[in-house]
Design a binder for this molecule. Structure first.
Ligand code: 3DU
Length: 217
C-alpha cells in the first residue's frame, strides 16, 4: 500500500452500484479502500475484485478465531483479491502468527486491532491495547489499527511498536476524531467512512481531508 494521500475510505454502503460509484470518484484521493461485513454480506465477496481496480483493498473482517480458522478465513479473503486483512489481537499470539504466515506467503498484509475507537472499547479493550500492540510488533504484522478518537492512545501505541509497523486509524469525522490530530500523534493513515460516503460530494470531502493531512506532515 503506497503512502501518498494517507487516507483510507471505509466503504460501508450496502449497494454494489453505489460502492463502485463512490470508489470511482474518490479513487484519486485515497491510498486504499476498506470493506467489511456490511458491504460484503450485502453484495458478496466478488465486490473485492470489482473494487480492486480503483485502489488496494483492506478487508476489515476483524478475524477473531483459533489459528486454523483464522488461516482458512485469511486464505479465502486473499484469494478474493484483498491486499490486507484486519484481525483482532485479543485472540492471542498463535492466531495472529498464523494470519501473518498466510499473509506473508501471499505477499499481503495483516493489520491488528489494538483498542477500538468507540466508547465501549474502554470497558475491556483498552486494558489490553498496549500488550496487543507489542504482540503485533513481535509477530511482525504489517501494522495495527488504533483509535483516532483518542490521539494520545495512537501516540502510546506508536511508542510501543516503533517505526517498523504502520498505524491505520479509524474514528475521524462522524465518530469525532480529527485527521490532523491522528496523523500528528503517529498514524500513517486515517480511515474515514460516513463523512465521505454520506456526503453529497464524496470527492470534495476526501480532497479536503487530504489537504488537512498534508498540512501536518
Ligand atoms: O465512523 P466511520 O463511518 O468513519 O467508519 C469507520 C470505519 O472503521 C467503520 O468501517 C468501522 O467498522 C471501522 N472501525 C472503527 O470505526 C473503529 C475501530 O476501532 C476499528 C474499525
Amino acid at each position: 500500500m503506497e503512502k501518498d494521500t494517507r487516507l483510507i475510505l471505509a466503504l460501508d454502503v450496502l449497494d454494489s452500484a453505489e460502492a463502485l460509484r463512490i470508489s470511482q470518484v474518490v479513487a484519486g484521493h485515497v491510498d486504499a479502500i476498506k470493506v467489511g461485513y456490511p458491504l460484503i454480506l450485502a453484495t458478496g465477496l466478488g465486490i473485492i475484485t470489482e473494487l480492486s481496480r480503483y485502489a488496494p483493498i483492506i478487508a476489515d473482517f476483524k478475524v477473531a478465531d483459533i489459528p486454523n480458522t483464522n488461516r482458512l478465513i485469511c486464505e479465502q479473503v486473499f484469494k478474493a483479491g484483498a491486499d490486507a486483512v484486519i484481525v483482532q489481537g485479543f485472540t492471542g499470539h498463535d492466531s495472529l502468527r498464523t494470519s501473518v504466515e498466510v499473509a506473508r506467503s501471499n505477499n499481503k498484509d495483516i493489520f491488528v486491532v489494538t483498542e477500538m475507537s468507540h466508547p465501549g472499547a474502554l470497558d475491556f479493550m483498552q486494558a489490553a491495547g498496549e500488550a496487543i500492540a507489542k504482540m503485533a510488533a513481535d509477530e511482525q504484522a504489517s501494522g495495527v489499527v488504533a483509535p483516532a478518537t483518542r490521539p494520545e492512545r495512537v501516540r502510546d501505541i506508536r511508542n510501543i511498536i516503533g517505526s517498523d509497523l504502520t498505524i491505520i486509524s479509524p474514528g475521524v469525522g462522524t465518530q469525532g476524531g480529527s485527521a490532523a490530530d491522528a496523523i500528528r500523534a503517529g498514524a500513517d493513515w486515517v480511515i474515514v467512512g460516513r463523512s465521505i460516503y454520506q456526503s453529497d460530494d464524496p470527492a470534495a470531502v476526501a480532497a479536503k481531508l487530504v489537504s488537512e493531512i498534508k498540512e501536518v506532515i
